[in-house]
Design a protein around this ligand. Sequence first.
Ligand code: PEP
Ligand code: MN
Length: 338
Amino acid sequence: MVIVMKQNTPVDELEQLKARLRQMGFDIHLSQGENHTVIGLIGDSTRIDESQLQANPFVDRILRVQHPFKRASRMFHPEDTVIDLDGLKLGGGNTLIIAGPCSVESEEQLMTIAQQVKAAGAHLLRGGAFKPRTSPYSFQGLGLEGLELLRRAKELTGMPIVTECISVDTVDLVAEYADVVQIGARNMQNFALLKKVGQIDRAVLLKRGMSATIEEFLMAAEYILAEGNERVILCERGIRTYETYTRNTLDISAIVAIKELSHLPIICDPSHAAGKWEMVTPLAKAAIAAGADGLMVEVHHRPEIALSDGSQSLKPERFHRLVAAVNQIIGLNKSMVH
Ligand code: PEP
Ligand code: MN
């Protein structure tokens, strides 16, 4: 249940109401935006007498939330969440581009790509040190050595780091090096991992599971939010369908639906959606045109020898052109009437 308060509600009235609701056994989620003060109630609200609440002169409206996700819901938090990443803002009309190799492979590889994506206009650097690979015989990542290289790349370029965590026991280690901890598609419903990243002081980039519905995706975010970490970034990266021409099928409609259902920023990873570098720029443009808050793009200076995902990695000069095209669309979006 959501209680929308009137604009002029005095602080002590708000506090009194919150205290009463807490006494009744509810967990409270307060959202105080520029235009709204909303009290979100978590708990069994069937036993609430709505007419009693309506009698409070500072209560504007009472709404029943039908969705199973509460904290992730726009009803609980009408205004877009804006996430600050080392001074860079994401969400609420602020668009960011994350780029870098699929895996951290060597010092030479990472420093070269980091400098090139920065020069092309990327804001954050990505690179996997712990890789969730389908085959146990594929490159599994450099682990701690990869994290150390990411730290050096941040010192070199100033770019905040996005890197994946694949197990509960490495969350604290990864969080020491990462500005944003990525939870990959394969772990979207690893609930122990979601709870653990819900307890750290780092933003979390949560990728949509390959067969997850939008509701399951938002419920996964709810796990992180429920632990107290409100800095959740959602990422649409394509889902599995009957189509085999592309690696996955980019679900642009999920971006639009999530904008409506949730206040959390949603970005798009066109690289894992396409699986082919030729398709990455058109998909990136489509995602931004549809309202995505950002992109995560795989870039490699020598994709032909990449240890993972070379076929979907853009060369730096092509990535440069992607950024230029996307910036034009961002400009258009801003000038358009919605
Ligand atoms: C990745 O970002 O390198 C990755 C493994 O992505 P996903 O979890 O979307 O497959
Ligand atoms: Mn990859």
